[in-house]
Each structure stands twice: as C-alpha cells, then as structure tokens.
Design a protein around this ligand. Structure first.
Ligand code: UDX
Length: 435
C-alpha cells in the first residue's frame, strides 16, 4: 500500500520506517528541511535504539523517501498525521496548531477514498471537528483516529508489535477499517488485538492510558512519602503489592518521578479539556498526580542540600543522568535535568553526565557543566545524585567510585543501586522512600 506520514518527529519518523518494514511504500513529510535531509541520509535526528539500522534497511528497499513537499502525498491511500501537540504556552491545554495546519496542507492533495489517520494525542472532540473539516472540503477523503502508544527507547518494537490497535472511525465507515487492517496486516496476523470504536473513545483511550500510568507512578511515590516518615521501604512495599495480579509490579518504581514528552503534558491537557467540558471534578485527582510527581524532584534536591550540610555554594555535585529515562536522549520535562538545574540555581557547582542526552541538555541549560566521562564527573564530588537509571550508572563499582569523590554520599533518585554494597564501600546511601 502507498502511505504518507505527515510529521517526521519522534512518532512520525519511527512510524514511517515501521510501515516500510510491514511491506508498504512510504513518503515521510516534514516542514523541517534539516530533519528531512538527515532522514534521507539514514541518520535519525534523535537517539532511539534500533532505529538507525531499520532506517537504513528501509531506505535500501527503495520504498521509503522523505520530502518537505506535501504535494508528494498524492497517490497515497492512507495519510498518517503524526505531528506534535505540545503544551500550549501559558496554559495546560494541548496546542492543536500543528495538527490543524497539517490537515489544511493535506486537503488540496486528497482524492476520494483516501483515509486521513490521526495519530497525534489530541483533546477529545478534535477528531469529530477535523472530520467536519474533511467533509466540508468535498475531497471525498474520510478520517480515522488511530492513537499511538509507543514508548521511547522501545519505539521500534512497540510500533512493529503493539499491545493493541485502536481505530476510531465514523459510524458505519468500513472503508477506514478495511484500509487500516491492510496497513497493519502483519501485526494483526501475529495476534495483535484490534478495538474498533468511535472517535471520542479512540481519543480517550490514549489519554486514559497515560493518565493511568502516571497515576500508578504517583501512587507509589505517595507511598514513598509515607515510607519516609515511618521508616518503611517502598521498594519492598511495591514488590509485595505487585505480587497481587490485579495490581502488577510494572510502573511501581518509586523515585524522582515521571517526565518526557507525553505523561506530564498529557495529564495536564486532559485536565484542561475535562474542565472545558464541565467535568473538571472527574479528573481533579490528576492535579494531585502532577503535584506528587513534582514534589519528588524537590525531595531529591532537599536530600542533596542536607547531605551538603546546607551550604551548597561552590560544592561540587555530580549528577548521573539527564534524559527523562534510560535509552533516550529526550530531556523534555526531564526530572533529572530539572534536579540538576535546581541545584545549580542554589549555587552548587553541578557537573552532569549522560550517555546520550548531554547535547540536548547543554542547548537548554548552558549554565551546567557536562562531561561524557563518569570518572571525571565523580572526581572530587561532595555529593553524587543518580537521577536516570542507565545501566552504565547502575553498574558503577562503589569501591572504585569511593576513590574518586571528596565525600561519599550518594542520593539514589531511582532506587536502582544495591544499598548494602554502597554502604559496605563506606558510602552514605540515601534512597527515596527507603530507610
Ligand atoms: C509513555 C507511555 O508509556 C506510552 O505508552 C505513550 O505512548 C507515551 O508516554 P514514554 O514517555 O516513552 O511513554 O515513557 P515511559 O516508559 O512510559 O516512562 C515515563 C516516565 O515515567 C519516565 O520518566 C520514567 O522514568 C517514569 N517511570 C516509569 C517511573 O518513574 N516509575 C515507573 O515505575 C515507570
């Protein structure tokens, strides 16, 4: 099938490549000429494990091309819209500008029978409005909403074999279902469940899933706050409640909290949309979820300040981690980078390291010192803070590290280190929600 993908950011670039892997012909469109040039040369504009390899093999098939010219979508039967919906400046709501302009740009190039498929995370109600735009255009194209659930760091795997596929379609519209079944035939044959539903449900599935995940993390972080005043251990608590199959152990890792380009902005946009709909009280708890999450960053800062004897100025703090999670170079709303910035703001001499996210961090926060070398980061540190659980950091030998620092205090913001081993090497080990 001939497919176009509008927007070659994180979601779109991965989606375009995955569609070639599924056997289709794909053109990826983006307004950013530099991004298109990089993708055409086989170089992803961001770090994602496995993507360089499958991008190269997809380009080698001759079935993938990238362009800044939207007219090149002509001839495609399915057009995926995968542009961003960032948090709007000065508000919690989602910015729909990019989605609206992508649809406008597509209109002159659509033919009867074409399917426009929204993948972006949008406020519920958007698909119905956009279907009206398509209908009024008289192009004969129809709209479907097919949310994306990929996780950064596992984007290729999640796109090729998703947990489920969700299609939101206009009532009685079989054409979109037939086309999407053809697009995803390989995944469906491998057993991926498909939920066919209306637009509003499809839009809500995405935000509800992210709201649930964020709530699960903030729940365990709230238990960490209680553990901190009672001497309990939140990691054992998580193991014990996680054995209950109704609860499950995944997404119960207490620490510095969630970040990234999705969970924080999605729960805020969901709250804003519910308020617009007069149902703010239904998701008022998501404000608590957000607050608990932000408090955990401050907790790591406070523990560090205490460890420095409350005199922060000129003290050297080694920060291990900048990305919002391991296996990513993404620092959008990153708790790790936020902790580094806050400590720098208090006057500490912060030196931070990360296997992938230094460049993105430096572009946003040049006031921090960065090093690609763990030993250089640790040398003469007065305190060490682990905030992204990269395997490189979890595997640091505490005896080796002890020989580098000035003061052996480690704040484990992800509860990933072996506390006993670090203590045995002479360290003061401080976890979150752990005695
Ligand atoms: C998330 C959703 O998982 C995905 O389905 C959706 O499409 C986009 O948003 P992503 O942002 O890539 O994906 O990361 P995810 O793995 O969900 O982690 C989000 C954040 O939660 C990270 O900062 C992570 O460190 C944090 N987290 C996760 C915890 O603090 N504790 C946990 O137990 C799990």
């Amino acid at each position: 099938m001939k497919i176009s993908v509008i927007g070659c950011g994180y979601l779109g670039a991965v989606h375009a490549v995955a569609m070639v892997e599924l056997g289709h012909h794909v053109v990826g469109i983006d307004v950013d000429a530099a991004k298109i040039a990089q993708l055409t040369e086989g170089r992803p504009p961001f770090f994602e494990p496995g993507l360089p390899e499958i991008l190269s093999s997809a380009l080698a098939t001759g079935r993938l091309r990238f362009s800044t010219d939207i007219a090149e979508v002509a001839g495609s039967r399915v057009h995926f819209v995968a542009v961003g919906t960032p948090q709007r400046d000065g508000s919690n709501a989602a910015d729909m500008t990019y989605v609206d302009s992508a649809i406008d740009a597509l209109l002159p190039h659509l033919a009867p029978g074409d399917i426009v498929v929204g993948k972006s995370t949008v406020p519920v109600g958007s698909a119905t409005r956009l279907a009206g735009v398509l209908e009024a255009s008289g192009t004969g194209a129809v709209l479907a909403w097919n949310p994306e659930f990929l996780r950064e760091g596992f984007a290729v795997l999640d796109t090729m074999s998703p947990d489920r596929l969700v299609y939101g379609v206009a009532s009685g519209d079989d054409t979109a279902v037939v086309a999407l079944n053809e697009v995803y035939a390989t995944a469906i044959a491998a057993g991926t469940p498909v939920v066919v539903t209306d637009y509003a449900t499809a839009e809500l599935v995405k935000v509800a899933a992210n709201a649930f995940l964020a709530t699960k993390i903030s729940f365990i972080n709230a238990m960490a706050e209680i553990a901190e005043v009672t001497g309990a251990d939140v990691t054992q608590l998580a193991d014990a409640i996680g054995y209950d199959s109704r609860i499950g152990r995944r997404f119960l890792n207490a620490g510095v909290g969630f970040g990234g380009g999705c969970l924080p902005k999605d729960i805020r946009a969901f709250t804003a949309r519910a308020e617009e709909l007069g149902r703010g009280e239904s998701v008022a708890f998501l404000k608590e979820v957000d607050q608990i999450n932000l408090r955990r960053r401050q907790r790591v800062v406070d523990l560090t300040v205490d460890a420095l004897g409350s005199v922060v100025n000129e003290k050297k703090v080694a920060v291990l981690g900048l990305a919002f999670k391991p296996h990513s170079d993404d620092v959008r709303d990153s708790p790790a980078l936020d902790v580094a910035v806050k400590l720098r703001g208090l006057g500490a001499n912060v030196i931070a390291t990360d296997p992938q996210a230094i460049e993105n961090s430096r572009a946003r926060h040049p006031q921090i010192s960065y090093s690609a070398d763990i030993a250089e980061t640790l040398r003469d540190a007065d305190a060490v803070v682990l905030v992204t659980e990269w395997p490189e950091f979890a595997g640091i030998d505490p005896v080796w590290a002890a020989g580098l620092v000035r003061n052996r205090t480690i704040i484990d913001g992800r509860n990933k280190l072996d506390a006993a081993a670090w203590r045995a090497a002479g360290w003061t080990y401080l976890g979150l929600g752990r005695p």
